[in-house]
Write a protein that binds this ligand. Structure first.
Ligand SMILES: Nc1ncnc2c1ncn2[C@@H]1O[C@H](COP(=O)(O)OP(=O)(O)OP(=O)(O)O)[C@@H](O)[C@H]1O
Length: 614
């Protein structure tokens, strides 16, 4: 099936309205001859004949012609502004999808489709484009001038040449500054947004002064680049305007000379002056609007490139409901954005098979690739080689919306969109039922906590106006969202990192309930309590599977913990669980009393090997 590039399709749909606008522009420009022809008639016919009826008759014709001019002008502008709106309507959804995708590391920083679409839409409906489509009609005015007298034509042509040369110089001079200031502004924006997010850390650690200075340096650099472009552009625009005004006087002078030589009539001087002004007006306007036209051109090129390189989405086939047979074969993931044969492998040759009801714990040192594996299994990142199959079908063979409902994913840092608690748990699904939302909240053990909030499930969270939630509350809310609809595959990346004992118990209960219902649960754990309700274990080392199998066997084989753990006597766990485990001894004691029975003691910092990476 041929790939349909939405940008090309949208651009093709723009052609008819742009063509119609061009036709109306032809009429508008033709009617713009009215003023000069009228002048010619008044000076050379009315004033010489002294006929008032002729004057009134001519004026009546002029009124009608200008009324048509107004009509055609309105029509072409309306066509353009509506075309801009249609372009937005046709591409808005696809551009937003690409904007979302740019949050994934594979395409990070490659595109700014929403901004580009806005720029393009703004320009298509603006006077800048009207000036641009007036440009092809400059020869019309020049032609009439040549008919009046060749010298008048040549003089205007020379003026147009000078103004055009100024426009070209403008482009060459300001182009690099515009591009540079765009890049610097993007850098500054990233730093500004990052600083705002890190405001608490910056304030607490007294970094405000130095952050101010860094921002100021970036800000000044981007302003300086923009100013360089603006100054050059202003100078050239002023020169262009002066050339135009000088040309008016030069035309009058030349016209007067030609009258004195008896080569043209007096009325032709005025007509020539009007015509030369009309001939140069679009050129002048395009120069004035050059920066916005250039931005629109760059936005157009970026959008065209972006959409042209998008892989074609396969037609999704409605596969039967998955049972939860998960097969991972030979999954390798290179560091996103890296190139060449030596690019780091975050995961290498991962093979895992899980059956409905299985619960797999994933453990390993910091940086060993646990979260990367979670992202690949959840379909958030694409494997570079190998595949993840659910019920025999690769993730890409499933309809993303369909399989998404069967996947619950709790990332390490829980992100929520602004909205109510109900909508958050229901993943914004319009068809969500209250029963399903409450069931997920109960499973995650936060139903009571939600009811205690002033507006209960209708409480607004996220965004500037949302009610702030604690780390633990947020994590449990994220868990409820991951559990919504009892998905067949639930992937939890350190689901207990912010939980108290009660939260951990709720998590263990949830994992047991999911497994009992036939779901596959994969939990990445630094704290062993999350392993309590699981039956299998995978030990990752530098992105490879070091061990996989029955939980107790893997623990025993790795020497991590004795399979028969008592609840009262702490047993050293030699699994590389630095981050959580290294925190405090009381945390370890807390784990010792947990029904899961796995016990942890912290290794000293000196004992820890550096996280090995490829
Ligand atoms: N977006 C990314 N681009 C490039 N490399 C990345 C990216 N995200 C993670 N990595 C690298 O992948 C490796 C594995 O990271 P990952 O987050 O999977 O480890 P982890 O085992 O989950 O660690 P932790 O236990 O500390 O969460 C690290 O070396 C990290 O630097």
């Amino acid at each position: 099936m041929p790939k349909t590039d939405p940008y090309r399709v949208a651009m093709a749909r723009l052609r008819p309205p742009l063509g119609a606008a061009l036709s109306f522009s032809a009429l508008v420009n033709l009617l713009m001859l009215t003023g000069s022809i009228y002048m010619l008639q008044v000076y050379d016919r009315v004033l010489t004949s002294g006929s008032v009826p002729t004057l009134l008759g001519l004026f009546a014709i002029v009124v009608v012609l200008y009324a048509f001019l107004c009509l055609y002008d309105v029509l072409r502008r309306r066509l353009l502004s509506r075309a801009a709106l249609h372009l937005d309507g046709a591409l808005g959804g696809a551009a937003f999808d690409q904007f979302l995708a740019s949050g994934l590391p594979e395409s990070a920083g490659k595109a700014q489709p929403l901004q580009d679409l806005k720029t393009l839409r703004g320009t298509i409906g603006s006077p800048a484009l009207v000036a641009l489509i007036d440009l092809p009609f400059v020869p019309l005015f020049l032609g009439v001038l040549f008919m009046l007298h060749p010298w008048l034509g040549w003089l205007t042509l020379a003026g147009a040449g000078v103004t055009g040369a100024i426009a070209l110089i403008n482009r060459l001079v300001t182009g690099p500054s515009i591009a540079e200031s765009g890049d610097l502004e993007a850098e500054e924006r990233a730093f500004t947004e990052g600083s705002r997010r890190a405001a608490e850390t910056i304030t607490a650690m007294g970094m405000t002064g130095v952050v101010d200075r860094v921002w100021l340096r970036m800000h000044s650099a981007s302003l300086a680049a923009a100013q360089r472009g603006a100054e050059a552009s202003e100078t050239l625009a002023a020169m262009s305007r002066s050339v135009r005004m000088l040309l008016q006087s030069a035309i009058l002078t030349l016209g007067a000379y030609l009258v004195l030589q008896g080569q043209i009539s007096g009325g032709m001087i005025i007509a020539a002056s009007i015509l030369s002004g009309r001939a140069l007006a679009p050129v002048d306007q395009v120069i004035g609007q050059w920066r916005s036209l250039d931005r629109a051109l760059q936005a157009h090129r970026r959008l065209r490139r972006l959409f042209a390189t998008l892989p074609a989405a396969p037609e999704p086939v409605a596969l039967p409901d998955p049972t939860g047979e998960i097969t991972v074969t030979g999954v390798t993931k290179f560091a996103p954005g890296s190139r060449g044969p030596d690019r780091p492998r975050l995961l290498e040759g991962i093979d895992v098979t899980l059956h409905p009801g299985d619960g797999l714990g994933v453990i390993g040192k910091s940086g060993s690739g646990k979260s990367t594996l979670a992202r690949v299994l959840a379909g958030a990142w694409q494997a570079d080689t190998g595949e993840v199959r659910i019920d025999g079908a690769t993730l890409s063979q499933w309809d993303p919306a369909r399989i998404g409902r069967e996947i619950g994913y709790l990332s390490q840092s829980v992100e929520i969109l602004p909205g109510t608690i109900r909508d958050t748990i229901a993943r914004l699904q319009e068809d969500a039922t209250d029963e399903a939302v409450i069931a997920a909240a109960r499973l995650a053990g936060i139903h009571e906590m939600i009811l205690q909030l002033p507006q209960g499930y209708a409480t607004q969270i996220g965004g500037a106006a949302g009610m702030p939630l604690s780390g633990g509350q947020l994590q449990r809310l994220g868990l409820a969202r991951a559990l919504y609809g009892m998905p067949r595959l639930v992937i939890l990346d350190e689901p207990n990192s912010n939980l108290d004992a009660e939260g951990e118990e709720a998590l263990t209960r949830a994992i047991r309930a999911l497994r009992a219902a036939g779901s596959v649960v994969i939990a990445i754990a630094h704290r062993p309590s999350a392993l309590a309700a699981l039956n299998k274990l995978l030990l990752l080392e530098a992105g490879r599977v070091a061990q996989i199998g029955d939980k107790d066997e893997v623990l025993a084989a790795s020497g991590a913990v004795r399979p028969s753990v008592t609840r009262t006597r702490p047993v050293p766990l030699r699994l590389p669980l630095e981050r959580r485990v290294g925190a405090t001894a009381p945390a370890a004691n807390q784990v010792a009393n947990h029904p899961g029975g796995l016990v942890v003691t912290a290794r000293s910092r000196q004992d820890r090997p550096a996280a090995s990476r490829r």
